[in-house]
Design a protein around this ligand. Structure first.
Ligand SMILES: O=c1ccn([C@@H]2O[C@H](COP(=O)(O)OP(=O)(O)O[C@H]3O[C@H](CO)[C@@H](O)[C@H](O)[C@H]3O)[C@@H](O)[C@H]2O)c(=O)[nH]1
Ligand SMILES: [Mn+2]
Length: 740
């Protein structure tokens, strides 16, 4: 047994390297050798020497080579994510022993919502309630809801939540239940041990939910409710989502001795914020909301630690705060850590992860890989920040986490009204004018992935960051897109924003040079280059099948030496990725779905993102942020749960998906039938075209659900006849392009 003195010296967290690192590195080197051979092959066998080569053939070959160079570089970036995988591990019992409640820092929790129809207020308050009932001293906890929808319905729901919290928090704590989102908790099987309590609280919850939902249905707050709280007076008929004064309402003041739950315990502070919006002021979407939250919270509670969450992401583990604090409060290394990111996990994933939203490998390998360089990505939600680093401060060795919320007497003594007035000032449109907010302070503006770019700038100011993925219980659970279209819109926003970063002054290779490790710079590129990698991908799924159709071989014969590197790279890469997925908790089917989603995303979302980024670089349009809806109709939900892909709209993305699937089908069928008719289906020809036949066959297998949706389904989620028609025309035209 360690003595107390020794115990006090033990670190609050330790890091562990992933097993098999040396083996992995050796393996990666062999694949790299294979890739080099592929490049060499493209140079040596350049078709200029053969007499049959036309200009078109030359170009086909040149672009093949360029595509393979791109894939090679992209592969290198992806290896650097795997080179240095490191798992941090906190010891929260040591933290609790060392720091009694009074010594723990204040934690301000930010929840962002933006639209009461796409993000229903009941969902939002479930998130808020799960956070209010954290196992953490309530006088150190403050929850802020930022409502970019500026909706009195959301405000009303929050008021209801603050009343229900008086029952909910003591119920959670005395029965030690998980998770603490009422909706998620009551959705589980009930526990007999506290059946009576359970039923009583459940009834309260259901009644509250009914009240909120009926008010929302009505579309307006009834007069009697409006009269119950002064806050409603902020909503006059002129207030709209995009045009209103700053609204700040301290719903629960944590300092108030009468703000207690039914057991007489203090409630955490709860604040509603709708920052000012005016038509001619850019509001910078979520980044703008977060910056307003940083300032408003600094007026009210000023906790040195900030946790930020999307409104659809509830707290799934009520002890998470203590885990996260271990990283910040470690005596040795804590002072250099700016943020601790939890993985994005979701509560609505289907059995085989139809739309590949689980990010198993990203969460268990790639992001811990970035953590190994001290540069874990900031992913926008489920992230604990040090207020200082988020607000723009540089790292310096002397930084110590301030444990005291209140930096001056002033804060403590102001009345609620005074705090609200002061907050409104900092939540106004013109407050940021001529300041560094959005550039050097707070979250960075101008990019739809404000999270990634902000994380990067924090790291370049000398801070380190942690990606912590707990083994037993997920820290947070969110809502993943449950239709194909929404998922593709999300990936378009991401890939577009990520590519913008690459092209901006924040490009990790330049901006990060000398500030973050080279592995981290390349690791960032593995994400930032999603949009441009669409070009070689499109090329690879279109040109080899067309060349097959027109009788142009693009790969070495199966019997030649040069076939070996192609086969080795292809097989080893895919087997590795499959095994990796399986060890991260995925299933074979889910891995297969991921392959399909990768092709679909790369050829649609990433491609359109690429085009839009180029247009934006030319200054022809403005940054936007397409919010992902979190609710769908029952019909759609049923298909999602049955893992039937949802098309059902005339989105141009679906035309592209269908066209690519048909190009491969037509080419393969066309090539085979042509040869059979020509009766020259000899062994040598098969050998020459085997790689292309294989590629098309693989694309066809990957696209089986697409053919199904094109030709066999009759439900509303099938591919619409108009899309079918367009894609048949386009695919046929593509097959007619003369390449020879
Ligand atoms: O003007 C806006 C737009 C969005 N949001 C909020 O931003 C969050 C994320 O929006 P969502 O539509 O759910 O996008 P996702 O693609 O699911 O979000 C992921 O990607 C975003 C960056 O593109 C990150 O900010 C998020 O944290 C990350 O979960 C939500 O809580 C919104 O309420 C705002 O507060 N104001
Ligand atoms: Mn979301």
């Amino acid at each position: 047994m360690a003595t107390q003195k020794e115990e006090e010296k033990l670190p609050l967290f330790e890091t562990q390297q992933a097993k098999g690192r040396v083996l992995f590195r050796l393996f990666a080197c062999t694949v790299f050798v294979g890739i080099c051979f592929i490049w060499i092959y493209r140079i040596i066998y350049f078709p200029i020497s053969s007499s049959s080569s036309s200009v078109a053939r030359l170009w086909v070959w040149v672009v093949m080579f360029m595509a393979e160079l791109c894939f090679g570089f992209f592969w290198i970036c992806n290896q650097s994510l795997r080179w240095n995988v490191t798992y941090p591990h906190p010891f929260k019992h040591r933290l609790s022993q060392r720091y009694k409640d009074k010594l723990l820092p204040g934690v301000d929790i930010f929840v962002c919502t933006a639209d009461p129809t796409m993000e229903p207020p009941t969902m939002v308050i479930n998130t808020v309630l799960s956070l209010m009932s954290y196992n953490y001293p309530t006088d150190k906890l403050a929850v802020y809801l930022s409502d970019d929808g500026g909706s009195d319905l959301t405000f009303y729901a929050l008021l209801e939540a603050s009343k229900f919290a008086k029952y909910w928090i003591p119920f959670c704590k005395s029965n030690n239940i998980e998770p603490r989102s009422p909706e998620a908790f009551f959705g589980q099987d009930s526990n007999v041990q506290y059946a009576q309590d359970w039923l009583a609280v459940k009834n309260l919850y259901e009644e509250m939910k009914k009240r909120i939902e009926s008010t929302i249905k009505r579309g307006a707050i009834p007069e009697d409710i409006r009269n119950q709280h002064k806050g409603f007076s902020e909503w006059n008929p002129k207030v709209t989502k995009g045009d209103h004064q700053p609204i700040v309402q301290i719903v629960v003041d944590g300092r108030d001795e009468t703000a207690v739950d039914i057991n007489g315990c203090r409630l955490p502070t709860l604040v509603y914020l709708a920052r000012e919006k005016r038509p001619h002021f850019p509001h910078h979407f979520k980044a703008g909301a977060m910056n307003a939250l940083i300032r408003v919270s600094s007026e009210i509670s000023n906790g040195p630690i900030i946790l930020n969450l999307d409104c659809d992401m509830y707290a799934n583990d009520s002890d998470v705060v203590l885990d996260a604090l271990c990283f910040f409060m470690d005596e040795e290394k804590g002072h250099e850590i700016a943020f601790v990111q939890y993985p994005q996990c979701f509560s609505n994933i289907t059995k085989n992860d139809l739309y590949a939203n689980s990010y198993y490998v990203v969460n268990k390998v790639e992001l811990p890989g970035m953590c190994g360089y001290g540069s874990a990505l900031y992913c926008g939600t489920g992230c604990f920040h040090r207020r200082e680093s988020l607000s723009g401060k540089n790292y310096s060795r002397g930084n110590k986490l301030k444990l005291d919320n209140f930096d001056s007497e002033r804060n403590d003594k102001r009345t609620v009204d005074e705090l609200e007035e002061a907050s409104k000032l900092v939540a106004s449109c013109c407050y940021e004018k001529d300041t560094l907010w959005g550039q050097e302070m707070g979250l960075i503006y101008g990019c739809p992935v404000e999270d990634t770019v902000t994380g990067l700038t924090i790291q370049c100011r000398g801070w380190k960051s942690i990606h912590y993925s707990p083994n037993d219980r997920e820290g947070f659970l969110g809502v993943a897109p449950n239709t194909l279209e929404v998922g593709l819109i999300q990936h378009k926003r991401w890939s577009e924003g990520l590519f913008q970063i690459f092209l901006s002054k924040y490009c990790p290779l330049l901006y990060g040079h000398g500030k973050i490790k080279i592995g981290a710079q390349l690791g960032y590129c593995a994400y930032l280059l999603w949009a441009p990698i669409s070009l070689p991908t499109l090329y690879y799924v279109i040109v080899p099948p067309l060349c097959l159709l027109h009788g142009i071989p693009l790969f070495p014969q199966v019997s030649s030496f040069w076939f070996i590197p192609f086969a080795y790279v292809f097989i080893s890469k895919n087997i590795y990725s499959m095994v990796e997925s399986l060890t991260c908790g995925s299933s074979i089917k889910a891995w297969w779905n991921l392959q399909r989603m990768w092709v679909i995303r790369a050829t649609t979302s990433y491609f359109f993102a690429f085009i839009d980024t180029v247009i934006k670089q030319l200054g022809l349009s403005q940054t936007s942020f397409a919010i992902t809806p979190k609710v769908v109709t029952d019909d759609v939900l049923k298909r999602y749960q049955k893992e039937v892909m949802e098309f059902g709209s005339s989105s141009i993305k679906f035309t592209l998906v269908a066209t690519l699937a048909l190009v491969n089908l037509f080419s393969l069928v066309g090539a085979i039938s042509k040869r059979i008719i020509d009766l020259d289906m000899n062994f040598q020809i098969i050998e020459m075209f085997a790689p292309q036949i294989f590629l098309s066959g693989l694309m066809i297998l990957v696209n089986l659900p697409v053919y199904h949706a094109l030709f066999l389904r009759h439900d509303k989620g099938r591919i619409l006849p108009a899309v079918l028609f367009k894609s048949i025309v386009l695919a046929s035209l593509a097959c007619l392009i003369p390449i020879n």
